[in-house]
Design a protein around this ligand. Structure first.
Ligand code: ACO
Ligand code: LMR
Length: 264
């Protein structure tokens, strides 16, 4: 009989062997003919299933809102310096991407993880925040360098508005709002940031569709899918910054001495 040789790779998201490539079993032609968007493609390739329109729209809104935040943020700064050092597109892009992490743009999964745990354990905002403080951990999804209680992040407001209108429940995000009310009573910069809004709203999205089991939701957050949204989104802006610097023929960047405190 036939002997099945063991494979060295297992893949479950796409297949290019037939007449046309398929994403999670959906052929390319259906994707085009049915007018699918990037949100649908992400649903198929990341979550291996089609999601309702309000979910794919939410994914697309996250991507559009996080695509860029000006030249001064960590990622864009690195990309600009790298492009000005004469490096190529991929080098400039990854140099910016490498800044994404627990402080900048990469707090989405941790926000989902910690807020979910606190909500599921019925912790009051006080118990949650003060418990984190005791452990010496900053609350992921809270705090911003320039946003304040009296100058909120518009992106957060837009995401909240969309979800409150379209999601069956926004319980995790509303819990984060309660936490934010408490943190704002401590300091004016401790607002809910875009990582916190996406992290908690994605929990609401995953739970609200009924298409994901509890272990699947835990796995998504554990693996770190949600930071992927910021990485993907910000790549758009970082590529733009690379082209911008090259178009402007900017010279090698050197930081001014005056802006460094030389001390022993
Ligand atoms: N939770 C609890 N306390 C906080 C938090 C937080 N998330 N953020 C700041 N504080 C408090 C702390 O007491 C801190 O003092 P410490 O240095 O002794 O811990 C004090 O505020 C001042 O903090 P700064 O370092 O001056 O605040 P900064 O403006 O530099 O920090 C930052 C901004 C990095 C976003 C911070 O709030 C943070 O680490 N947040 C959690 C991570 C996060 O959500 N990052 C995503 C930001 S949004 C984005 O990048 C797209
Ligand atoms: C961003 O999206 O890059 C910002 O929220 C970070 C910042 O410091 O403005």
């Amino acid at each position: 009989g036939k002997v099945r040789a063991p494979t060295h790779i297992i893949s479950t998201i796409s297949d290019d062997r037939g007449e046309e490539p398929c994403y999670a079993g959906v052929p390319m032609s259906s994707i085009v003919e049915q007018g699918y968007g990037v949100g649908d493609v992400i649903s198929l390739l990341w979550f291996k299933r089609s999601l309702p329109r309000y979910c794919t729209q939410f994914i697309e809104i996250c991507i559009m809102l996080c695509a860029d935040h000006g030249p001064c943020v960590s990622g864009a700064h690195n990309t600009i310096v790298t492009a000005r050092a004469g490096k190529d597109l991929v080098s400039s892009l990854v140099s910016g991407l490498l800044t994404i992490g627990p402080r900048f743009g990469g707090a989405v999964d941790d926000a989902a993880r910690y807020f979910k745990d606190a909500y599921d354990r019925n912790l009051t905002p006080y118990e949650f925040v003060e418990g984190m403080k005791k452990k010496g951990i900053r609350v992921p999804g809270i705090g911003h360098r320039i946003k304040r209680g009296d100058n909120r992040d518009k992106r957060v407001e837009l995401l909240q508005k969309f979800a409150r209108t379209h999601f069956p429940s926004t319980k995790y995000m509303e819990y984060a709002v309660e936490v934010e009310t408490y943190t704002l009573s401590k300091a004016n910069n401790l607002v809910m940031n875009v990582d916190g809004a996406i992290g908690t709203l994605f929990l609401d999205l995953l739970a609200g569709t009924g298409l994901f089991t509890k272990p699947e939701i835990d796995e998504i957050v554990e693996i770190g899918y949600l930071n992927g949204l910021f990485v993907l989104a910000r790549s758009i802006g970082l590529i733009g910054h690379t082209f911008d610097q090259k178009r402007l023929k900017q010279p090698l960047y050197r930081h001014p001495w005056e802006d460094v405190l030389y001390t022993k």
